[in-house]
Write a protein that binds this ligand. Structure first.
Ligand code: F3S
Length: 405
């Protein structure tokens, strides 16, 4: 691999031993993939930071890195934790779990992490304060955020695992490969959805799963479809990331970068609305009685989603079953300011901040969870839960006991 003089200097230890080791690892991975050079990054997002995910070995690894003087060379946000750091008893975290999670937070903060604790870092002021312009190279873990960043923010990132995003944050560089290169971002296959109207949140997730499972190209899929709003785009991104290896989707009319002049797909695939509907119906809740727990916020809800949920619940009534809405601390504070948070609380919604049910220590075996997120369905099923899928509004209606889905 061809390195710049500065990169050679970093490898020799000019920025310390930890940065040298981090860059060395990035170079090795890049060489294994056939990358010819590195590229400086403007931002990093580190996933895999919950104690439930990385355990004692991961906590010790991060502590050692911080101890050795590792520091993030670029603004670095981090994914949700295993419990709500503002309410550690929530989700049933044990004392040992809380201590382990706190050690992870301390080590990451010492290295310079911004305390975002969200899988939608692009929705926070911590990100916006130094937001990299479209076209910038970044290194993000968290597949839902990777797909969203590449597809709707015009950023360039591969799907990094948590450790590689961390090492890239320390090195300030990643390998120039895949979705960092212009040619790696040009779709070959185009999917077209024949639907009468825009797709809502749950439908967008189902579509993401259908495409994610079918798409085998290293290049991103192109997509002709319309969506109800940003929540649907986040659900699409999350499902694409969960169901396959897709790191970007080129949505005509929404993806900011232009395709090369005269671009035509080599292959066209039509997805009938009926296919999306049938898949959704397969997972639809049969009745309010069968649901034990409602969960929304995978990826994290933003303030607008919380306000929308509050208006649905005002319309249909309080939830008769536990109802968790996961969000970032920032969105929560905004919702607190205008009374949205207290409205939700009074209607039976527990707002969980900075955390993720999927990696939480909560025992979900045998629990029937209803969610609007295909990604949550995908992972909660693996944790032994029975999972039902419906849109945000349908969930609010069902939770109030209205019976319809
Ligand atoms: Fe976020 Fe956890 Fe879902 S990190 S995308 S809420 S699996």
């Amino acid at each position: 691999m061809e390195l710049t003089r500065e990169e050679e200097e970093i490898l020799k230890g000019r920025r310390g031993e930890a940065a040298a080791r981090a860059l060395e690892a990035i170079v090795k991975v890049g060489e294994a993939l056939g990358a010819e050079r590195l590229v400086p990054i403007r931002h990093a997002h580190v996933s895999g930071v919950s104690y439930g995910n990385i355990g004692e070995a991961g906590a010790r690894f991060l502590e050692e890195l911080a101890e050795q003087g590792a520091r993030f060379a670029v603004p670095t946000t981090v994914n949700p934790l295993g419990y709500d750091p503002w309410d550690p008893g929530f989700y049933g975290a044990t004392r040992e779990y809380v201590e382990g999670q706190e050690r992870i937070i301390r080590a990451l903060t010492r290295m310079g992490a911004l305390p975002s604790f969200t899988c939608t870092p692009y929705k926070t002021s911590l990100f916006e304060a130094e937001a990299p312009p479209p076209g910038s190279h970044v290194a993000w873990g968290e597949s839902s955020a990777v797909v969203y960043a590449n597809s709707f923010l015009g950023l360039r990132t591969n799907r990094e695992g948590g450790p590689l995003a961390l090492l890239a944050a320390i090195a300030g560089r990643t390998y120039y490969y895949g979705l960092h290169t212009p040619e790696g971002r040009i779709p070959r296959v185009e999917y077209r959805v024949e639907a009468p109207g825009p797709l809502g949140d749950a439908e967008a997730g189902v579509l993401g799963a259908i495409i994610g499972e079918a798409h085998e190209d290293p290049e991103p899929p192109a997509l002709r479809a319309s969506f109800e709003g940003d929540l649907a785009l986040r659900e699409l991104s999350a499902a694409l990331g969960a169901a396959g290896s897709v790191g970007m989707v080129y949505v005509h009319g929404l993806t900011p970068e232009p395709l090369p002049r005269g671009w035509r797909p080599e292959e066209r695939v039509t997805i009938e609305a009926g296919e999306v509907r049938a898949r959704l119906e397969e997972h639809a809740p049969a009745s309010p009685g069968e649901v034990d727990l409602y969960f929304v916020g995978c990826p994290h809800l933003d303030y607008e989603d919380l306000a929308r949920l509050a208006s649905y619940m005002r319309r249909y009534g309080p939830s008769r079953k536990p109802f968790i809405a996961a969000t970032s601390n920032e969105a929560y504070i905004r919702a607190l300011g205008d009374g949205t948070a207290s409205t939700l609380r009074s209607l039976g919604v527990r707002i969980a901040r900075g955390t993720c049910l999927i990696v939480s220590p909560m025992n979900l075996r045998g629990v029937t969870v209803a969610t609007n997120s295909y990604k949550a369905l995908f992972y909660l099923s693996r944790r032994g839960a029975r999972v039902r899928l419906a849109g945000l509004e349908q969930l609010a209606r069902l939770a109030a006991g209205a019976g319809e889905t």
